[in-house]
Design a protein around this ligand. Sequence first.
Ligand code: GLU
Length: 329
Amino acid sequence: MKHTFVAGIMIFFCLILSTGHAPADGQADTPVTIGTGDVTGVFYQAGGAVSRIVNRKRQQYGIRCVVESTDGSVYNINAVLAGTLDFGFAQSDRQHQATYGGADWQEAGPQGDLRAMFSLYSEACTLCVAEDAGIRTIMDLKGKRVNLGNPGSGHRQNSIDALTAAGMDYKKDLIALEDKASEAPRLLQAGKIDAFFYTVGHPTGAILSAIAGERKVRIIPMNDVAKKLVKEYPYYVRTLIPIKYYRSAVNTEDIHTFGVRATLITSARVSDRITYAIVKEVFENFGHFQSLHVAFKALEKEKMLENPSASAQFHPGAIRYYKEVGLMK
Ligand code: GLU
């Protein structure tokens, strides 16, 4: 009798394991890590949105997405390539540079294992300045304390490109700081910096907190710089920041600048099963996904597959889904 009971229990556990489904307590779920950015940015929100949607099907797929706040695009690409993250958000310019061995990947060369999933909203290079610092154009940054962004972020290179296009040498013509975007609003309000750059989707917590303080803040248009940069680089586009999101800023009109797209990347090492599940759940629950952040509202499925947002090859698991639904031939 006792033996029959023990055998029964063993058969029960074997059956659970052989179904491939996660047990109810979720212990056997495969954790899938997604690198984002600062908690005050939009990458973090996007990571949360993807996870929320995919994790509803935890039982079916046996995967559980986990979002990590990171240094940003460059960090995410390198971590995904090194296998310490499964997925990461990255600016489309950074995806392009990693794919072809430019900028931060000049020494390492083209990163052939990088794979694209899809792209999302547009990220605008945003230059916030303290009104009392007397800055009206990017040229006025000369001699000022300017946060360009932390190493590992995507926006740091955009700040450098903007300054270079404006004819400035960021190493000589100003006091360049390397703080995280989440620190910049506090530093600006405390009078420790005069300005900061941040390439980000809008609206975003970082800019909202920068303009919410006592020190008045202006967002500087970069029209001329944008015109130059789109001619020079294939991945920059002209874009604008709607002022309606930032009513407490000194500006009253939309701000013309340049930008890139936010994209989700992975590596060839990640399984088709996982990439297929993520793409499928986001695309099949599109309305819900769009409702999770204002920046996602204007998304269109077809545009999420466009170049140059995806300069890396698409992951085969993503391709499988896109072909199934006719988004790809
Ligand atoms: N674009 C920034 C970066 O690549 C991050 C923006 C965000 O966190 O939303 O580092």
